[in-house]
Design a protein around this ligand. Structure first.
Ligand code: AMP
Length: 214
């Protein structure tokens, strides 16, 4: 099953993507995580991506597309995958469709996790990320056992630069301009499914599994 997660930054698509990956036994591929790992490791790609990410802007398409196409060609993707944070522009979506067509494949579902902007701004301020392993939490909705400390690795938790309020508003503007057109793109392919992202995490997941199947 090949799945794309759509939705504004902070809509909870990462959380749902991880749950889908675990239930269906397919890899969760987050381009944001890939960039953050590259930044942490000081790679050339990381250095280039950071200048855009810190400003709430999208990394240029040419830095993202090959990376994702290579990743979905790896062995563990044979039975499918959940793409989280890709595609984010029409050219990225077209590049993906084209690359998959060459392999005789196609995306099965594009899931739009729908949350109004005002809820997003409130949510993002409570997000915390581990400086060591990158795990994400939320002070209200997904708190750690010990405040400020990562449950997974014991690392320190911080508010990511790209989750700061001024950057969040900019990321929402970027989302409406560049990513929202993908809703029409995947609607016209007949594979868009929209779920209400304002309800409980488990209820969002239940709505998703209803159309993905058992
Ligand atoms: P995310 O963790 O998915 O919210 O991504 C964090 C940041 O990484 C975004 O705000 C972008 O700057 C960058 N990024 C992640 N995925 C993409 C993509 N497909 N295209 C362009 N930039 C991306």
């Amino acid at each position: 099953m090949k799945i794309i997660m759509l939705g504004a930054p902070g809509a909870g698509k990462g959380t749902q993507a991880k749950k889908i990956a675990a239930k269906y036994g397919i890899p969760h591929i987050s381009t944001g995580d890939i960039f953050r790992a590259n930044i942490k490791n000081g790679t050339e790609l990381g250095k280039k991506a950071k200048t855009y990410m810190d400003q709430g802007l999208l990394v240029p398409d040419e830095l993202v597309v090959d990376l994702v196409v290579d990743r979905v060609n790896q062995d563990d993707c044979k039975n499918g995958y959940v793409l989280d944070g890709f595609p984010r522009t029409i050219p990225q979506a077209e590049a993906l469709t084209e690359a998959l067509e060459k392999m005789g494949q196609k995306v099965d579902f594009a899931i739009d996790v729908n949350v109004p902007d005002e809820n997003i701004v409130k949510r993002m301020g409570g997000r915390r990320a581990c400086v060591t392993c990158g795990a994400t939490y939320h002070m209200v909705y997904a708190p750690t056992k010990k405040e400020g400390i990562c449950d997974t690795c014991g690392g320190e938790l911080i508010l990511r630069d790209d989750d700061k309020p001024e950057t969040v508003q900019k990321r929402l503007n970027v989302y409406h301009d560049q990513t929202q057109p993908l809703i029409d793109y995947y609607t016209s392919q007949g594979i868009l499914r929209t779920v209400d992202g304002t309800v409980d995490i488990d209820d969002v997941f239940r709505a998703i599994t209803e159309f993905l199947g058992a």
